[in-house]
Design a protein around this ligand. Structure first.
Ligand code: A3D
Length: 319
């Protein structure tokens, strides 16, 4: 039987998700948006490309949660994106309200779905989504680390003139300026990046600049676009998570997952490597972090905690 993916939010990322899912024939797609016309228009437009691209996927647009019923995967991008000069945290108040509505909608219609949240500020919104919906913590997860890691890998590949496929890395922690590029786990052509620094292939200053550019990777695009934020790479990252779940690929992917003592942290969502398979988040992978990475990671977790405290002030039901 064909799988069903619902996309809550049919904006820039939602539309791109729908297109990628259709091209991959991953599942039938329901595009849901409070602006029903946008959801219907994009679903129809993508469906009309099926004779050209030769995919066989059913696409519909709607503003009715009944149409999303019994989805296998729900990907949430409902909310407001950043405008130039805004931080992700500036979106908190408005996106919390939106996510509360969404949580109620999916809890009623797709309680067994694997739910991927993309709405910012990511770590706090995914945590609020889990609390509002009451869905199991292993089935509610946030997308950010794949995107941040992908940006870092791309920048390194440009700098070192090495294909992206030959670079391994991961970016962990909260999805904000405190995110941590894990240099001990960064390898280029099988060599640790730190050894490339020692060999003089890249200076530590240049590497630091690339890490900084990665942290500000979202803002760089917001500045160019002027109206809205990145969507191609975020959508590609969301699809990778959905695919690993639907096909039980058990890929290890950096995602915002609920921490229950892993890395010495309890009761909060943050970016860590996880295994995604048919049970959802099947395992949080605990890496042996260096002291420096550990302290940067803890610093990032504290930033997420502070923002969650701010969320609790906005809505006391999150306490
Ligand atoms: P945009 O193109 O504005 O689409 C958002 C859509 O959500 C709009 O079509 C709205 O009509 C819709 N919407 C608003 N309220 C509701 C609701 N209650 N129910 C259903 N739909 C609703 O934004 P976008 O697609 O560019 O970005 C979506 C979100 O993703 C924003 O919060 C961004 O900040 C965030 N984002 C996250 C990342 C991460 O890496 C985590 C990257 C890029 C963007």
């Amino acid at each position: 039987m064909k799988k069903k993916i619902t996309l809550i939010g049919a904006g820039q990322i939602g539309g791109t998700l729908a297109h990628l899912i259709a091209l991959k024939e991953l599942a039938d797609v329901v595009l849901f948006d409070v602006a029903a016309g946008i959801a219907k228009g994009k679903a129809l437009d993508i469906a009309q490309s099926s004779p050209v691209n030769g995919f066989n996927v059913n696409l519909i647009g709607t503003d009715n949660y009944e149409d999303t019923k019994n989805s296998d995967v729900v990907i949430i991008t409902a909310g407001v994106p950043r405008k130039p000069g805004m931080t992700r945290d500036d979106l908190l108040g408005i996106n919390l309200k939106i996510i509360k509505q969404v949580a109620e909608g999916i809890k009623k219609t797709s309680p067994n779905a694997f739910v991927i949240c993309i709405t910012n500020p990511l770590d706090v919104i995914v945590m609020a989504l889990q609390k509002y919906s009451g869905l199991p913590k292993n089935k509610v997860v946030g997308m950010a680390g794949i995107l941040d890691s992908s940006r870092f890998i791309y920048f390194l590949s440009e700098e070192l003139k090495v294909p992206v496929q030959k670079i391994k890395s991961l970016v962990l922690g909260g999805h904000g300026d405190s995110m941590v590029a894990m240099l001990e786990f960064t390898e280029v052509l099988g060599k640790k990046i730190k050894d490339l620094v020692k060999e003089g292939k890249i200076t530590s200053e240049r590497l630091s600049q690339i890490v900084e550019r990665t942290k500000k990777g979202g803002a760089e695009i917001v500045k160019y676009l002027e109206k809205g934020s990145a969507y191609y790479a975020p959508a590609a990252s969301g699809v990778e998570m959905a695919e690993s779940y639907l096909k039980n690929l058990k890929k290890q992917l950096p995602c915002a997952a609920y921490l229950d003592g892993e890395y010495g942290i309890k009761g909060i969502y943050a970016g860590v490597p996880v295994i995604i398979g048919s049970e959802g988040v099947e395992k949080v992978v605990e890496l042996d972090l260096s002291n420096d990475e550990k302290s940067q990671f803890e610093n990032s977790i504290n930033a997420v905690k502070d923002l969650f405290d701010a969320a609790k002030k906005i809505d006391s039901s999150l306490s």
